[in-house]
Design a protein around this ligand. Structure first.
Ligand code: ADP
Length: 446
């Protein structure tokens, strides 16, 4: 096992990883920007190194600064968390070249799966159902229009390098496809410096369901069942839960096995999430693979009882998985609400500022993951997520009741948060009755 690990991240995930390391007897090195000098994760790490000014490009995305810190602190591994450099294959390569283990997959599988066009090809090879669409890149409008007429509208143009919901355009006819094609390509070029786009049939009113997986370096892989992340705003998840409340056992097993086939085909190691869309007839289609730990991983931890961060560290250190598939048992229902410093009443506008009052809920079945404390500053430079409230109970009905109670107990002042929006969603008839799709927020709560 590693003796010292650097965490190339900030906020709640940095704290989450430090805690896992401490329990494994691993020393931790935090890195921070000038804006995060007083952050809680900086205080609890064994060592902390400032890597630059507040701007992410100059600190948390600054590869030379992070590698220098790792060398000065003499660590044997770097955990990238999620976001920032977590899916940057070049960074993984630099770590390896410097003799530091990257806690994640090899740069080559990250590159392969990070390209959505290549990942679709691989999925087809692994007999995983894909959304009907182009075989590869679409080069111009004429090709897009020809294919759209073959598979039928609506269609969606997507960026091969896409992420965070950027570089996507839905089209309902030739005219909107003509416009959407160049818009998607320009957005992709600006956001990812890669204008490659492809085309998919737009699945109408789908649910988003994903499978959590973990593989070691000896080729053993297991799944930890699925999470349902249908409640999204602008393709950003707000609530995640497990199990997916509309899946029957047979489809669920097929879905989890499909995820396993895909990461085995990719000769993948470490944690991965294979994402699918589920249509109204319960057909599932592969959309993408995330080659990192995800924000919503605690949902899976609660229903399976396995610490995914510790498992990531163990397999990265070369340990073989001592878990067989039958050891992973799914129990009860878990749900996560993302608490963002945003004002739902003003179009979810970011609300940075000093937190004067912070009272965290507790009680049976309640888990809070946050780096915030009374007096902490929410910086305008970073993601607005300030915490995650996770609830685990035997049934979905009980989970919703506990979540509502815990949300009401949560006091965050004076800034605005997504708590009122969560309370509205959890009380909405369609959510309670499992009749939602990915457009629920835009259609019913905007
Ligand atoms: P990103 O990597 O930017 O998050 P994804 O491919 O994971 O992009 O898609 C994000 C979300 O966009 C999905 O959860 C879903 O809501 C929507 N989406 C993507 N592809 C389709 C599709 N073919 N049909 C309908 N919705 C889609």
């Amino acid at each position: 096992m590693f003796s010292r690990v650097l965490i190339a991240n900030r906020g709640e995930i940095a704290l989450r990883i430090i805690r896992a390391c401490q329990e494994l007897g691993i020393e931790t090195v935090a890195v921070y920007s000038e804006a995060d000098k007083e952050a809680s994760y900086v205080q609890v790490a064994d060592e902390a190194i400032c890597i630059g000014p507040a701007s992410p490009a100059k600190s948390y995305l600054n590869i030379p600064a992070i590698i220098s810190a790792a060398e000065i602190a003499d660590v044997d591994a770097i955990h990238p968390g999620y976001g920032f450099l977590a899916e940057n294959a070049h960074f993984a390569e630099v770590c390896t070249d410097c003799g530091i283990t990257f806690v994640g997959p090899d740069a080559s599988s990250m590159r392969l799966l990070g390209d959505k066009v290549a990942a679709r090809d691989l999925a087809r090879k692994a007999r995983v159902p894909c959304v009907p669409g182009s075989d590869g890149e679409i080069r111009d409008e004429a090709e897009a229009i020809k294919l759209a007429n073959k598979i039928g509208y609506p269609v969606i143009v997507k960026a091969a390098a896409g992420g965070g919901g950027r570089g996507m355009r839905v089209a309902h006819n030739d005219i909107s496809l003509h416009k959407g094609f160049s818009a998607a390509r320009m957005e992709a070029e600006a956001a990812f410096k890669n204008g490659t786009v492809y085309l998919e049939k737009f699945i109408v009113e789908p649910r988003h369901v994903e499978v959590q997986l973990l593989a070691d370096k000896s080729g053993n892989a297991v799944h930890f069942y699925e999470r349902d992340c249908t409640i999204q705003r602008r393709h950003q998840k707000l609530i995640e839960e497990s199990p997916c409340p509309v899946l029957d056992e047979k489809t669920r097993e097929e879905l989890c096995k499909a995820g396993l086939r895909l990461i085995k085909e990719a000769k993948y190691h470490n944690a991965a999430t294979v994402e699918f869309l589920l249509d109204k007839d319960k057909n599932f289609y592969f959309i993408e693979v995330n080659t990192r730990i995800q924000v919503e991983h605690p949902v899976t931890e609660m229903v399976t009882g396995h610490d995914l961060i510790k498992l990531q560290l163990k397999v990265a250190a070369g340990q073989t998985l001592d878990l067989r598939q039958r050891d992973i048992v799914h129990k009860g229902c878990a749900m996560e609400c993302r608490i963002n410093a945003e004002d739902p009443a003003r179009g979810y506008a970011p609300c940075p500022g000093r937190i004067e009052k912070f009272v965290v809920p507790g009680g049976f079945g309640v888990r809070v993951e946050t780096h915030i404390y009374q007096g902490a500053m929410v910086s305008p430079y970073y993601d607005s997520m300030i915490g995650k409230l996770i609830v685990h109970q035997p049934t979905r009905e009980e989970t919703i009741a506990t979540m509502k109670r815990a949300l009401r107990e949560f006091r965050i002042e004076p800034i605005k948060t997504t708590i009122p929006a969560h309370l509205k969603i959890l009380s909405h008839n369609l959510f309670v009755k499992n009749k939602v799709d990915t457009s629920f927020i835009e259609r019913h709560l905007s």
